[in-house]
Design a protein around this ligand. Structure first.
Ligand SMILES: NC(=O)C1=CN([C@@H]2O[C@H](COP(=O)(O)OP(=O)(O)OC[C@H]3O[C@@H](n4cnc5c(N)ncnc54)[C@H](OP(=O)(O)O)[C@@H]3O)[C@@H](O)[C@H]2O)C=CC1
Ligand SMILES: Cc1cn([C@H]2C[C@H](O)[C@@H](COP(=O)(O)OP(=O)(O)O[C@H]3O[C@@H](C)C(=O)[C@@H](O)[C@H]3O)O2)c(=O)[nH]c1=O
Length: 264
């Protein structure tokens, strides 16, 4: 039986892992919400780690408000950089393998052929910068780590692009959605399954991997798909809005590719 602690367990990905837990009876999962393990409070981490011996930590905790991060970068860095350092530190002390989730926003989106894990990072917003700093701390502190970069995570519950679009549609609003960014939506359920499978099989090597599960599309295309899959395409008006107002810059083409073919 492998013992696994999941931090940030009440977020989108954390909840997806909780929902999938019964498919992985060989894993003993402990779910820690922010009130139990707060990454910005090292003592809350050490308290939980001192009570149980864990084999793995899956870190789903993060500051994910891209717009607010631009206005209050210190909030994003406190969790995504220094908080991750605190958690990685405890994993090192307690010999816990660390599985961490990062983002396509560590790239600037200028490379029009997509990004491999080893490609040059260059975040263009504060959220991306804070997530990159978190990655750097992990690499400095740990040998036994896996950073999984993913993009455009969505699920049918919680607050995310998918649920925001549906909410607006159900309120009868005309949807205005940008087509100036291209990325790959990723169902949080599929990422949850990948993570638990990797732990179950032990079939992973330390480093950074990329995981997405849909073909490249714009946010506009994604919104149209969301309407269609909910049979709302005929009842809701949707228009392309290249200039949709936002505070943070976002990469225009952030396609995450898996390891280069032919690499040993
Ligand atoms: N959402 C996306 O589109 C993408 C997300 N990712 C990454 O995937 C991971 C999971 O994201 P997702 O589930 O969508 O994010 P959510 O924002 O849904 O969940 C994050 C969770 O972390 C909690 N949290 C915030 N601050 C702290 C803290 N100081 N200590 C402990 N917990 C905290 C939040 O609690 P509260 O809400 O109460 O603050 C929330 O429950 C993150 O690392 C994110 O950066 C990567 C690519 C895309
Ligand atoms: C809700 C909405 C957004 N948009 C635009 C704003 C933005 O450019 C784009 C995406 O909107 P959001 O702000 O919902 O998405 P955003 O928060 O940028 O999503 C990102 O979240 C972080 C956590 C990640 O790691 C990324 O991979 C990515 O998923 O769509 C519209 O054009 N119309 C709309 O109605």
């Amino acid at each position: 039986m492998k013992r696994v602690i999941v931090t940030g367990a009440q977020g989108q990905l954390g909840v997806s892992i909780q929902k999938m837990a019964n498919e992985f009876p060989e894993l003993e999962l402990t779910f820690a919400s922010k009130s139990e393990v707060d990454l910005t409070k090292p003592e809350s981490i050490s308290e939980v780690f001192s009570k149980t011996t864990f084999d793995y930590c899956i870190n789903c905790a993060a500051y994910t408000q891209v717009e607010n991060a631009e206005r209050f970068p210190e909030k994003a860095f406190a969790v995504n950089a220094e908080g991750v350092k605190n958690l990685a530190d405890q994993c090192r002390k307690n010999r816990v393998r660390f599985i961490h989730i990062s983002t396509d926003y560590v790239f600037d989106g200028e490379k029009k052929t997509g990004y491999y894990p080893g490609d040059q990072t260059n975040p263009i917003n504060e959220y991306g910068k804070s997530k990159l700093k978190g990655e750097e701390y992990i690499k400095q502190l740990l040998d036994e780590f896996l950073i999984i970069r993913t993009s455009w995570l969505y699920s049918e519950s919680g607050t995310n692009f998918y649920t925001n679009i549906l909410q607006k549609a159900r309120q009868g609003e005309t949807l205005r959605v940008t087509d100036s960014q291209v990325g790959c939506p990723t169902n949080a359920k599929n990422l949850a399954r990948l993570i638990l499978t990797l732990i179950k099989t032990g079939n992973w090597t330390p480093g950074i991997i990329h995981f997405t599960d849909k073909d490249p599309m714009t946010w506009y295309d994604f919104a149209v798909g969301i309407l269609k899959s909910n049979n709302l395409e005929d009842s809701v008006e949707i228009v392309r809005d290249r200039n949709y107002r936002s505070f943070a810059r976002r990469p225009s083409y952030s396609i995450l590719l898996e390891e280069k073919p032919g690499k040993e």
